[in-house]
Design a protein around this ligand. Structure first.
Ligand SMILES: *[C@@H]1O[C@H](CO)[C@@H](O)[C@H](O)[C@H]1NC(C)=O
Ligand SMILES: *[C@@H]1O[C@H](CO)[C@@H](O)[C@H](O)[C@H]1NC(C)=O
Ligand SMILES: *[C@@H]1O[C@H](CO)[C@@H](O)[C@H](O)[C@H]1NC(C)=O
Ligand SMILES: *[C@@H]1O[C@H](CO)[C@@H](O)[C@H](O)[C@H]1NC(C)=O
Ligand SMILES: *[C@@H]1O[C@H](CO)[C@@H](O)[C@H](O)[C@H]1NC(C)=O
Ligand SMILES: *[C@@H]1O[C@H](CO)[C@@H](O)[C@H](O)[C@H]1NC(C)=O
Length: 342
């Protein structure tokens, strides 16, 4: 037991030190890195509308053109999903590549993909992190125009913003900005393994990262906690998957662990078994790696079919869920285990 704790602690210490970000001194060498200008629309941020009709030929939403926005080919479904990628991403990168097909197979939603890939390029992590806020600002302006021009279909009450990695913090910035400018909150923001580097250390001011004030309900899935993803609790409901840091089926590959949050969320859109979480104490969850069994009072094998404390995670989470939860999954798709813990 003691050995397990020491090993666990050593892993935690190793994981909380970010190794994959360029250090400050390197910035000058990256001649194609830039900070976004404080103006919207920006030629470096684009917005694409997807629904069943435009799925393979997305409609480019041009915030500078009223006629373009008015003629946007929306589906009748009033649910608007806003998807935001992270560092090194683009409109066909996670979470878009997993979530768009999952949602559109399920229903004819309207989906706006925010593409800020120009401002999130490798190796410009620092610039990307600082660009988060401006991407949030320009997204708010576009979303607001869409509400104004399509009040019969779109509304903030039926908008769900979802961000992966650094994109989770863009989602947070969208929520914060919208609230400060229009005094209304999004009902829900989902953060899929919100990025760790910088966001736990240099930028400690909450203005820069997703937190529970950014929407009425903030749910978060952690799959690479302490390495590419944040270790600590972020939202109203934080779900730690398996041991929270290293995912089964990923072999020494933190990208695989990190993107698992997206794959799991995508699966939840039409999963019959569902992903169920068992409540854990908040404090313990911060040290889950190596401490899971004790923190969550789980035996090595336990069937919890009748346990009413279990909560459903993913697309259909109850928006009054509050706390920190452990979820166990399979090591390959379908990941859902239903109400079975082992
Ligand atoms: C867009 O990116 C270029 C670099 O590719 C930069 O020079 C320009 O200032 C950026 N524009 C804005 C509005 O940020
Ligand atoms: C949109 O899709 C959601 C989710 O399936 C469904 O509940 C809702 O009824 C649909 N709304 C419209 C207006 O079609
Ligand atoms: C913001 O909204 C809240 C609740 O709707 C309201 O009580 C408050 O007066 C509003 N504040 C401003 C500055 O409009
Ligand atoms: C690591 O995982 C990512 C995401 O699953 C995958 O694209 C990549 O090929 C993997 N890298 C290696 C070296 O296996
Ligand atoms: C769980 O519920 C099932 C059916 O509702 C019942 O047959 C079973 O005895 C219950 N198990 C426990 C441990 O309560
Ligand atoms: C959520 O849980 C925290 C900590 O247990 C508690 O302080 C807070 O009041 C709860 N919030 C709601 C809305 O239940």
């Amino acid at each position: 037991m003691l050995t397990a704790r020491i090993v666990g602690l050593a892993i935690v210490i190793k994981l909380v030190i970010p190794h994959e970000i360029p250090v400050l001194g390197d910035i000058g060498e990256f001649y194609n890195c830039f900070f976004l200008e404080k103006k919207c629309p920006s030629e470096n941020i684009s917005f694409w509308l997807y629904n069943r009709a435009t799925q393979h030929h997305p409609y480019l939403l041009r915030p500078g053109s009223e006629s373009n926005l008015r003629h946007a080919p929306l589906s009748e479904n009033g649910t608007l999903l806003v998807l935001v990628h992270g560092y090194t991403g683009h409109r066909d990168y996670s979470p878009n590549s997993e979530l768009r097909p999952a949602y559109l197979e399920h229903d004819d939603y309207n989906i706006i993909t925010v593409d800020w890939g120009q401002a999130a390029q490798e190796p410009c992590y620092l610039h990307a992190a600082y660009n988060v806020e401006q991407v949030g600002q320009c997204s708010v302006e576009l979303i607001r125009l869409m509400y104004d021009f399509h009040p019969e279909i779109l509304s903030i009450e039926r908008t769900h913003v979802i961000g992966f990695s650094l994109g989770a913090h863009v989602a947070g910035a969208i929520g914060k900005r919208f609230k400060s400018e229009f005094n209304t909150s999004f009902p829900r923001i989902t953060g899929l393994d919100p990025a760790l580097p910088l966001f736990d250390s240099l930028l400690t001011h909450s203005e820069y990262f997703l937190d529970k004030n950014d929407a009425d309900f903030v749910d978060v899935i952690h799959t690479n906690a302490g390495r590419k993803g944040r270790l600590y609790q972020v939202g109203h409901a934080d779900f730690y998957i398996n041991n929270a840091g290293i995912q089964p089926g990923c072999i020494s590959n933190s990208s695989c662990d990190h993107v698992r949050a997206v794959e799991i969320f995508a699966e939840s859109v039409s999963s019959e078994a569902g992903f169920w979480g068992v409540p854990c104490s908040v404090q313990a969850a911060q040290f889950m790696i190596g401490f899971v069994a004790e923190a969550c009072t789980l035996g090595p094998e336990r069937e919890l079919k009748n346990d009413t404390s279990l909560v459903l995670m993913g697309e259909y989470v109850d928006e009054s869920t509050n706390g920190t939860f452990l979820v166990r999954t399979q090591n390959k798709p379908p990941y859902a285990k239903g109400r079975l813990f082992y």
